[in-house]
Write a protein that binds this ligand. Structure first.
Ligand code: NAD
Length: 368
């Protein structure tokens, strides 16, 4: 089998700063754990616009489509705010997601013990939390037709359409069940089957996929509004939450805040398996390009590091190495090493982005 390829797209703002630390981590795994990757780097977002006048060059798109995993930093920044919609940095990211057909968005919400005080919820509610939200990403109300603002009689009406095909529900349900098999074997599917026909179909199809192939997984169903309440009341009851594009957008942001800082949150977007059996995949931190702190070497690189841990686990089937990296991060936090986002404003003990990288690499070295 050929050496797996990783395309790194650092992007804009703090993207290159945090990705520099991830690159050091990848190199550590190659040097000390015998992992082999063919790594290349390219431009996306504002950086691509500056070089080529477009937020994603066709060559970069083609390379992304042929890579075993894409690692993306972040895109955007005030310099590009007045560009035409089609040239905005975010269009580069959307094109990658669309053309790679990344239909399953994985957002873990994991609360490291050392950061349990950071949550707005009580420590006992969030300490040790480890859940995964699987959000359908390429269909539903954000894409359904008809859509638009129309005139009816003497007033305007805004229309968006929630629309799901059985095949679209089936494939994301399969992703969630496969994930649950690698975790704690539980899926809770959330929709609004009480008031939406698309929710009725969603529930039926998820149940059918379960009954045909995944009876080893414990499947439950919940209305999405009740699910939101349960996420705040007792999130540890969940393992994998499967939901559609709209509810997933809301529920994953809600779950994210259970764990504290934006600088800690990784994500993965997966598509159909390629010829080599690996899913098309892009891994990226949830945060944006943070123009307010870009260039200061103060950004937290952990979200991006944990995104690489997800790549190790979900693209390369290296769960043990992913655990090794996540444990190193956990130990660094337990030692009290913090970037500024994890401390009260102005706290002088904050470490720089590269010092956080050093600290994680030191812990990795101790794991050998
Ligand atoms: P943001 O996530 O960039 O920043 C929000 C706040 O969180 C800022 O105060 C920032 O300093 C802080 N923050 C974010 N990541 C951090 C990290 N790793 N370490 C420390 N602090 C961190 O969101 P925003 O300010 O709404 O958007 C800024 C730009 O990023 C915009 O151009 C937006 O379009 C873009 N954006 C891109 C993505 C992406 O690339 N996936 C996602 C969201 C926003």
């Amino acid at each position: 089998m050929s050496v797996p390829s990783i395309l790194i797209l650092p992007g804009d703002g703090i993207g290159p700063e945090v990705m520099k630390q991830v690159r050091r981590i990848i190199e550590w795994f190659m040097e000390h754990r015998g992992l082999e990757f063919e790594i290349s780097e390219d431009l996306v977002g504002g950086a691509a616009y500056d070089a080529h006048g477009i937020p994603l060059h066709d060559d970069t798109m083609a390379r992304a489509g042929n890579s075993d995993a894409v690692l993306l930093g972040a895109v955007g920044g005030p310099r590009y705010d007045n560009l035409d919609f089609s040239l905005k940095p975010e269009r580069g990211l959307l094109r990658l997601r669309k053309e790679m057909d990344l239909f399953a968005n994985l957002r873990p919400a994991r609360c490291f013990d050392a950061l349990a005080d950071f949550s707005s919820l009580k420590k006992e509610v969030v300490a040790g939390l480890d859940i995964m939200i699987v959000r359908e990403l390429t269909s539903g109300v954000y894409f359904g037709e008809p859509r638009g603002i129309f005139t009816e009689g003497n007033e305007r009406v805004g229309i968006n359409t929630q629309r799901y095909k059985e095949s679209e529900i089936e494939r994301v349900a399969r992703s969630a069940f496969e994930l649950a098999r690698r975790r704690n074997g539980k899926v809770c599917s959330m929709e609004k089957a009480n008031v939406m026909e698309s929710g009725v179909l969603w529930r039926e199809v998820v149940q059918k996929v379960h009954d045909e192939n995944y009876t080893d997984i414990e499947l439950g169903h919940m209305y999405a509004d009740a699910g939101a309440m349960q996420l705040c009341r007792w999130p540890k009851q969940f393992d994998v939450i499967l939901t559609d594009n709209l509810f997933g957008d809301l529920l994953s942001d809600c779950a994210a805040m259970l764990t504290g800082s934006l600088g800690m949150l990784p994500s993965a977007s997966l598509g159909a398996p390629m010829k080599n059996g690996r899913p098309k995949a892009m891994y990226e931190p949830v945060h944006g390009s943070a123009p307010d702190i870009a260039g200061q070497e103060s950004a937290n690189p952990i979200a991006c590091m944990l995104s690489f841990a997800m790549a190790l686990r979900y693209s390369f089937d290296l769960g043990g190495e992913a655990d090794r990296l996540e444990t190193a991060v956990e130990q660094v936090l337990a030692d009290g090493v913090r970037t500024a986002d994890l401390l009260p404003e102005g706290d002088a003990t904050a470490v720089s982005t590269s010092r956080m990288g050093d600290a994680v690499i030191e812990k990795l070295a101790l794991s050998l």
